[in-house]
Design a protein around this ligand. Structure first.
Ligand SMILES: Nc1ncnc2c1ncn2[C@@H]1O[C@H](COP(=O)(O)OP(=O)(O)O)[C@@H](O)[C@H]1O
Ligand SMILES: [Mg+2]
Length: 395
C-alpha cells in the first residue's frame, strides 16, 4: 500500500475532509476519534454495538461484526487509512482491509501480539528476558511441564485481558484442573515471579522506522486490572527505565511495527527487568498523555496512521492516572449512585474522562481521571484526595 500521507482537512473530490477509520468502538477508539477530529479528520468506526463509546462520537458508525464483509467494504469505502483499537480484532479482517487501504498496525504484527506464545518467541528473538514459561497445547505438554514453573500462572494464549483467562496454580494437580477450567485451550504456563513493580513503555513507530517514545510509567493493578499509573515512575531506577525503553524500541523494530505499541514489563525484587506482554495499540497506562504531554498516544496513533511526522513527546507535568471502574457507580451498600463529580472537579489539576458507556458494571472501565501537578508528590497527594472522594483505596 502506498504510504502517501493522508493530510488532515484535505478536501476530497466530493468536498469532504479525509476520513480515518478504526476497527472497534471502545474507549480507545473513542479517544482516537477525538484526537483525529481535533486535527480536522472525519472518522469512521466499525463496531456492532449501537452504543459503543467511539460509535457515539463518530460521524460514521458502521454497525457490523468485525468479519462482516459488507461492513468491512463500507469501512474501506469511507476511510483513507484504517487502524484498530482493540487487540482481539480478527487478524483476517486486517488482512482484508490491508489489501486495499493503508492499515496500521499490520495484521502480522497484531497476530504476534494476540498470542502469548508467539509474543514470547518474539521477546526471545530480540534477546529481551521474560518469565520462564512453557507452551501447553496437548496433554503431553501438560505432563512435561518442568517443576521450576510451579507455582505459576496458566494463561490462555489468546483472548485474555484484564486478568481474564488466567489462573494461578500452586502444583501439578491445580495445573491440571486449571487447564480443564480453561477448556484445554492453547495456554502458556509462566512461573510466578516475585514482582517489585510493574512498568510500561508506550511508543510510536512509522513506516520509515523512526521511533518516538513516552517516558516510562509505573502501574499498579488491582484484581488483574490496571488501577493507577504514575509518571515519572516514583520507584524505578533510571537504568531500568532505560533498559525498558531500549527493549520496547527493539521489539517495535523487529516487528517492522507501524503504529502505537505498548510493552508491559515486570521489575523483579532482585532488580531484574522482564517483558510481560505487548499491546498493538494505545494502552490504558498511556491515557495520562492526553493531559500531561504535548502530544498524546492518540495523537501519535493518528500521525502514524496518516503518515505524518513523528515528534518525541515531552512530559509537561508529573501525573497520576486513576482508572474509574463501574464499582465507583455503587455506594457501600451496593446501591447505584452518580459518583460525586462536583466534589472531585473542585480539586485542582483534575482532568475527568468518561467514555459514555450506558451502564456501569463492576470491573467495567467507565473512565479515568488524570491528576497533574507541579511535582510528583503533589500529584500523588491530590490523587489520594480524589480516591478518598470516590471511596477508592489509596496507593
Ligand atoms: N508471571 C507472573 N508473575 C507474577 N505476576 C504476574 C505474572 N503474570 C502476570 N502477573 C500479574 O497479572 C497481571 C495481568 O497479567 P497479564 O499477563 O498482563 O494479562 P492481561 O492480558 O490480563 O493484562 C499482571 O499485570 C501482573 O500483575
Ligand atoms: Mg497486562
Amino acid at each position: 500500500m502506498s504510504r502517501r500521507p493522508v493530510l488532515p482537512g484535505t478536501t476530497s473530490a466530493d468536498g469532504r475532509p479525509a476520513t480515518l477509520g478504526v476497527m472497534g468502538g471502545g474507549q480507545l477508539g473513542r479517544m482516537f476519534v477525538q484526537a483525529a477530529q481535533r486535527m480536522g479528520y472525519l472518522t469512521a468506526v466499525l463496531d456492532p454495538d449501537p452504543t459503543s463509546p467511539a460509535g457515539l462520537v463518530s460521524p460514521y458508525h458502521i454497525q457490523a461484526d468485525y468479519l462482516d464483509e459488507q461492513g468491512l467494504a463500507q469501512l474501506m469505502q469511507r476511510s483513507s487509512a484504517i487502524t484498530t483499537e482493540f487487540e482481539n480484532v480478527p487478524a483476517a479482517a486486517l488482512v482484508t482491509l490491508g489489501a486495499q487501504r493503508p492499515v496500521a498496525p499490520a495484521a502480522d504484527a497484531v497476530a504476534i501480539c494476540q498470542d502469548r506464545a508467539m509474543e514470547k518467541a518474539q521477546f526471545a528473538r530480540c534477546g529481551v528476558p521474560c518469565a520462564p514459561h512453557a507452551v501447553i497445547e496437548t496433554a503431553e505438554q501438560l505432563e512435561a511441564v518442568p517443576e521450576a514453573l510451579l507455582p505459576g500462572i496458566l494463561k490462555t494464549s489468546r483472548l485474555g485481558y484484564d486478568g481474564k483467562g488466567q489462573i494461578r496454580v500452586a502444583d501439578r494437580a491445580e495445573l491440571t484442573a486449571a487447564w480443564q477450567t480453561l477448556k484445554q485451550a492453547p495456554c502458556v504456563l509462566e512461573a510466578l515471579l516475585p514482582l517489585e513493580r510493574e512498568i510500561s513503555v508506550v511508543l510510536a513507530r512509522n513506516a520509515q522506522g523512526d521511533i518516538v517514545n513516552f517516558p516510562v510509567q509505573e502501574n499498579m493493578h488491582r484484581d488483574g486490572i490496571l488501577a493507577i499509573t504514575q509518571v515519572p515512575p516514583p520507584n524505578v531506577p533510571q537504568s531500568i527505565q532505560d533498559q525498558a525503553v531500549q527493549a520496547a524500541r527493539e521489539l517495535a523494530s523487529s516487528l517492522g511495527y507501524v503504529g502505537v505499541l505498548c510493552v508491559e514489563f515486570f521489575v523483579l525484587s532482585d532488580g531484574r527487568l522482564m517483558a510481560n506482554e505487548m499491546a498493538p495499540r494505545p494502552h490504558n497506562s498511556g491515557h495520562y498523555t492526553i493531559d500531561a504531554c504535548d502530544v498524546s498516544q492518540f495523537d501519535l496513533q493518528v500521525r502514524t496512521l496518516a503518515g505524518l511526522p513523528l515528534v518525541q513527546p515531552t512530559l509537561l507535568a508529573p501525573a497520576v492516572m486513576i482508572n474509574l471502574l463501574g464499582d465507583v457507580w455503587f455506594d457501600e451498600a451496593g446501591t447505584a449512585r452518580t459518583p460525586p463529580w462536583a466534589q472531585v472537579l473542585a480539586l485542582p489539576g483534575v482532568h475527568l474522562h468518561l467514555y459514555g458507556k450506558v451502564s456501569a458494571r463492576r470491573g467495567r472501565k467507565m473512565g479515568h481521571i488524570t491528576v497533574t501537578a507541579a511535582d510528583g508528590a503533589a500529584a500523588r497527594a491530590m490523587a489520594l484526595q480524589v480516591c478518598e472522594c470516590l471511596g477508592l483505596p489509596g496507593f
